[in-house]
Ligand binder design. Structure first.
Ligand SMILES: N[C@@H](CCC(=O)N[C@@H](CS)C(=O)NCC(=O)O)C(=O)O
Length: 349
């Protein structure tokens, strides 16, 4: 995309962030590549955590634009839409929609994989690469893009073909795990999610749908934006319909358990220091983010009889990038969980 159009889309999206302290903030990591990447993200977003951990692990500087991804109430009690729902941000995100993607996500599976479900134009993270003029809208593609753009001697995607394929198989497994479904939906039998979170989830869909309907009406003159809002309304309505559906909720729990059992098997068969190769790979970062989120939700029970998963959890959460961008970010931005504390974050493995 040409730089004039890109800069205009970016400045409009940046302006949707209500607090200027969260917009246009340079984060240096170890101080390389200043000024190339801009990230729109949220502290609590599990997809954003994958990207921030990758940036920190690779020591890449970027401009952080942190968005509030939940609706809130103003002083008069009026509903204020999440910042990522604003038309200006949706326009930026749709500019990065590539033809290979399945179109807009308008159904609900409990997953957020763009390749399986389509693009959610109202979601984070979004990466802008000012050097190539690209807008990239999927955490998996973003992390792969950053790793190859940065180059150097410690890539997170191995060069050797077989190792590379092994890494991609794991990235897809994490991508197809229904993390959003497990966050939003009630847990049959015993719900271990923090009480504050469970309470917030009672109204979350109604708030999303109300703010999206108002935005679609307000921007009725812009068909591209309206199409995105209608797809999102359809997706979130489908999510609300299964939020308390025992069959659906048990099925996503079973799917998660199967992925964890496969991880245990892969760890058992692995002959390398890390999951897929002798050096840390993107597969380890993605699994770290997944396991931290599952533990936060009280779902470490799903791997209590899988002997290799817990030691692997300790190994990947000993990384500074994971402690900082995943564990600490979760603790700082989400209601406290009895299953994830800063002590678990610093415990040596
Ligand atoms: N597959 C996409 C999924 C993006 C996504 O679902 N983001 C979530 C946070 S992890 C979000 O923005 N949710 C807010 C909402 O949908 O209202 C990616 O990995 O980037």
């Amino acid at each position: 995309m040409d730089h004039i159009r890109l800069n205009s889309l970016v400045s409009s999206a940046r302006a949707c962030i209500a607090d200027s302290k969260r917009a246009g903030v340079m984060r240096f990591s170890r101080g390389t590549e200043k000024g190339r990447f801009l990230l729109f993200h949220a502290a609590m977003s599990f997809c954003s955590q994958k990207v921030r951990a990758t940036l920190l692990q690779r020591g890449v500087a970027y401009e952080s634009n942190e968005m509030l991804i939940l609706a809130s109430r103003d002083r008069d009690g009026n509903l204020v839409a999440a910042e990522n729902y604003s038309a200006e941000y949706v326009r930026l995100r749709r500019s990065g929609q590539v033809s290979s993607v399945r179109g807009l996500a308008d159904g609900y599976s409990g997953m957020s994989s763009v390749s399986l479900c389509g693009l959610d134009a109202c979601a984070v993270p979004t990466l802008v690469d000012l050097d190539t003029g690209e807008v990239i809208v999927d955490s998996l593609r973003i992390c792969v893009h950053i790793d190859s753009a940065v180059g150097g001697s410690d890539p997170l995607i191995p060069i050797a073909d077989q190792d590379r394929q092994r890494v991609f198989r794991q990235l897809e497994a994490v991508d197809a795990t229904p993390h959003p479904g497990l966050l939003y939906g009630f847990h049959p039998h015993r719900d271990r999610r923090p009480q504050v979170l469970r309470d917030a989830m009672k109204t979350v869909y109604d708030e999303k749908l109300k703010t999206l309907a108002a935005l679609a009406a307000r921007h009725s003159a812009d068909p591209e934006v309206v199409e995105a809002y209608h797809a999102k309304i359809s997706k979130e309505s489908a999510g609300r319909a299964v939020q308390h559906d025992v069959v659906f909720q048990e099925a996503i729990r079973k799917a998660t358990r199967e992925r964890l059992a496969q991880l245990n098997l892969d760890l058992q068969q692995s002959t390398t220091d890390w999951l897929c190769s002798n050096s840390l790979s993107l597969a380890d970062i993605f699994w770290a983010v997944s396991l931290v989120r599952l533990r936060y939700l009280g779902l470490a029970v799903l791997w209590e009889d899988l002997p290799l998963v817990e030691p692997y959890y300790r190994m990947v959460t000993s990384l500074h990038s994971i402690r900082e961008e995943v564990i600490n970010a979760t603790i700082a931005s989400m209601p406290p969980s009895a299953y994830l504390s800063s002590e678990t974050a610093t415990r040596a493995f």
